[in-house]
Write a protein that binds this ligand. Structure first.
Ligand code: CTP
Length: 401
């Protein structure tokens, strides 16, 4: 882990803790100025290894006990967090005049950078060009995010949260568990146009589907995420296709289906759409005073049922997982739904709970199998539900082999 001198360095101890907790061996090096933001002692304590910040110890040119070549050879992955505008420029130029830049120039390990800086520095053509060159050399990036910056400005430049960087680390190191699989995930709600400015939407935030997509990518799968209405950022390593209506979602899903070995349909698809969306804004003045506006709604295709039918007909070895949003009699309704849809697993959420289902970070689900077997999970974060779900998918895929 290389730390450069940005205020976001205060988050580095948390990132180091997360990586150590996940079982990684971590060694830190800092630029001399980074030591003003985070104490090497903290990083030494958390990693159990010296955290150097000098290329040469003492006055003479005697290598310090932290040999940058040995460190560069030791690493499987070099993470630069935070990566300042200055460090990105120095990396691009191949400078090697301090411990961090010398180590990063000497390493053969892949590089993951988490930029953090003022929005104007981030948007400056020099920074954009430096990053483009680095990405062209195979350097991976995570963030930066948009929001309030420590310098008082608003905009892009905030270092990604430690959990997000840890996820990018896992992705960069590459898990083998789902290598070779193509996972097609749908997430978020659809929007059914009424006219050019109005639409019928639903409360889905997309968090559950995005968590599944992120976890599948972390396990080494190729992931295609068909996203409806959501404000979430694309998880690292995921191919995203944005769609609006259920019909657009159907087209995107059918196009991606032939490659998919696993499909997870977490999207909240509108069951009905306005029969004839107006090509201009509906004006009140065109309606007779006091009259109601009547919208005719026609049924949307059931994408999940269609995928299951196509998969059965083609004989493809594909695992299809559906979700069920239920507000009462959750398990009984889910058992009827899986029989109707024909998928291999149904994840039933109780959307009447305030701590599960729409727009929250947690979920309380039942896994329902076609043979009527029901497994109840405790209240978990959506990330943990995604982990459990993909573990079940792995078993079903093993059954296919
Ligand atoms: N689904 C779909 N296409 C639709 C409706 C739903 O693909 N037109 C999928 C959802 O993505 C989800 C599953 O079917 O994986 C169940 O969605 P849900 O809204 O719970 O059920 P519905 O089939 O819409 O039935 P109901 O609203 O009557 O409960």
């Amino acid at each position: 882990m290389a730390v450069s001198a940005g205020i976001a360095a205060y988050k580095v101890p948390e990132l180091v803790r997360a990586l150590v907790r996940e079982g990684h061996a971590v060694r830190c090096v800092l630029t001399p100025n980074a030591t003003r933001f985070v104490s090497p002692l903290v990083l030494e304590t958390l990693t159990g290894h010296p955290a150097g910040h000098q290329l040469f110890a003492g006055q003479a040119a005697v290598p310090s006990e932290i040999d940058h070549i040995a460190l560069a050879d030791w690493a499987d992955l070099c993470v630069v967090a935070p990566a300042t505008a200055d460090l990105l420029a120095r990396l691009r130029a191949g400078m090697a005049d301090d411990l961090v830049s010398a180590t990063l120039l000497a390493t053969r390990a892949p590089l993951l950078v988490a930029p953090a800086m003022n929005v104007n520095m981030w948007e400056h053509p020099a920074t954009r060009e430096n990053l483009e060159v680095l990405v062209g050399r195979g350097v991976r990036t995570v963030g930066p995010e948009s929001g309030e910056l420590a310098c008082g400005w608003e905009g892009q430049g905030r270092m990604s949260e430690p959990a997000e960087i840890a996820a990018a680390v896992a992705l960069a190191l590459g898990s083998e568990a789902m290598r070779g699989e193509t996972v097609l995930v749908t997430a978020g709600g659809t929007r059914e146009p009424i006219d050019t400015v109005r639409a019928i939407a639903n409360r889905s935030s997309g968090r559950m589907g995005f968590a599944v997509a992120a976890e599948a990518a972390r396990r080494g799968a190729r992931v295609v995420l068909v996203a409806g209405s959501t404000s979430l950022p694309t998880p690292p390593g995921v191919e995203r296709i944005d769609v609006g209506s259920a019909l657009e979602m159907r087209d995107a899903v059918l196009a991606a289906l032939p490659d998919a070995t696993v499909v997870v349909k977490a999207a909240a698809v509108a069951d009905f759409r306005p029969a004839s969306p107006q090509e201009h804004k509906i004006k009140k003045e065109t309606l007779p005073e006091g009259e109601s506006l009547h919208l005719e709604l026609v049924p949307n295709p059931d994408i999940l049922a269609e995928l299951c039918r196509l998969t059965r007909e083609s004989g493809a070895q594909r695992v299809i997982v559906g979700f069920a949003a239920e507000s009462h009699d959750v398990v009984a309704a889910a058992c009827r739904k899986i029989a109707r849809k024909g998928c291999d697993l149904l994840v039933a959420n109780d959307v009447s709970r305030s701590d599960a289902g729409f727009d929250v970070d947690t979920n309380a689900v039942h896994f329902v199998s076609p043979d009527g077997e029901v497994e109840e999970l405790p209240l978990l974060s959506k990330q943990e539900v995604a982990v459990q779900l993909l573990d079940r998918v792995a078993k079903l895929r093993d059954g296919h082999r």
